[in-house]
Design a protein around this ligand. Structure first.
Ligand code: TXA
Ligand code: MG
Length: 313
């Protein structure tokens, strides 16, 4: 399809060339698809904010191939090293203190003293990072506050012809954005994801909890409304509204045109992988509202419920 490029050797080189020329391309990651640009270039970063219609005070995550490339830009501390050794590459984003000498565009981190960094695991994006001599700023490839894309077609659905190059990597394996952990000053989870607070607490040998109230200074991007398909959503439903699309989880629900099961087997990882796909589908089918049954609030279910709450806000 138009603008979507299979991951062949030739297309990989095209992707690379686009990035070197400060163009923005869409790329697969194991969490969600992202819009990638040279994190050292003001030109690239400006383009990203413009495409996403993202407020400039909401900083981007900088994606690296390895530790060596990160060390030019951020201070690595003890807790970071412990988590890095366990979880990276993977769906964990660290907030670290930025080095003064760092070449990261000041726009990319909204001129903060910190930067968010991640080492993605998806093979395609890792190979790109390995072959570039700059890190990539990669926010999720959706318009600001909309549902994140988990396939190349979703990116097309979101941006149409505005993104000329979408590198295809199939469905995102996890389907929800990375866990974000603040390691600068107080250690706190700012955004839940596939790696849970329990997983993290175990490695750090201390309890790490969620940031309770949204503190604009700590994470400017954690606005209350986000991941929204643009129609009203009601959570923890036991009875169904007339004409609503119903999102369910588990065996006990029968199939019907307006029932969307996140996982018939009651598998919470599968539910996470299907969440954004389902929200996008329901919206595109023209439903005017969504009802969601109670989704188990453990493991990645915590992240599912976090996204649903924000989508419903
Ligand atoms: O899984 C992911 O992390 C995906 C894929 C594409 O890698 N990316 C992603 O990026 O979700 P984005 O831009 O949609 O979300 C970045 C989040 C926002 O909530 C932002 O506010 C927060 O990270 N963030 C970025 N820099 C920060 C900083 N210096 N301090 C606190 N929060 C920061
Ligand atoms: Mg996002």
């Amino acid at each position: 399809m138009k603008n979507i490029y299979k991951n062949s050797a030739q297309n990989f080189n095209k992707a690379k060339k686009n990035l070197v020329k400060n163009n923005i391309i869409a790329v697969p990651t194991e969490t969600v698809y992202g819009l990638a640009g040279n994190a050292y270039s003001n030109i690239s970063v400006k383009k990203i904010y413009k495409l996403k219609k993202r407020p400039s005070k909401n900083p981007l995550i900088i994606h690296y191939y390895n530790l060596r490339s990160l060390k030019k830009d951020a201070y690595t501390k003890h807790e970071f090293m412990k988590l890095y050794n366990k979880f990276s590459p993977g769906p964990l984003t660290y907030i670290l203190k930025k080095k003064k000498k760092s070449k990261i565009s000041l726009l990319a981190n909204s001129n903060l003293k910190t930067i968010a960094v991640r080492f993605p695991k998806n093979k395609i994006i890792r190979k790109l990072l390995k072959n570039l001599n700059f890190p990539l700023a990669i926010p999720s490839a959706n318009l600001s506050s909309a549902v994140s894309p988990v396939s190349s077609n979703d990116v097309l659905d979101e941006f149409g012809n505005k993104i000329k190059f979408i590198l295809d990597g199939g469905r995102s394996r996890i389907g929800l954005e990375s866990t974000v952990i603040n390691l600068n000053k107080k250690i706190q989870i700012l955004r839940p994801g596939a790696i849970s607070s329990k997983d993290i607490s175990k490695v750090l040998k201390k309890k790490v909890s969620f940031l309770k109230k949204t503190n604009k200074l700590i994470s400017p991007g954690l606005s209350k409304r986000h991941y929204s398909p643009g129609i009203p959503i009601k959570l923890n439903c036991t009875r169904m509204d007339d004409k609503a699309a119903l999102i369910v989880f588990g065996k006990k629900y029968k199939s019907s045109k307006n029932i969307f099961n996140l996982s018939k087997n009651g598998n919470i990882k599968e539910a996470a992988r299907n969440l954004y796909k389902t929200l996008r589908k329901i919206k595109n089918l023209g439903f005017k509202k969504i009802n969601v049954v109670k989704i188990p609030n453990n493991k990645i279910g915590i992240a599912i419920n976090d996204r649903l709450r924000k989508a419903a806000y």
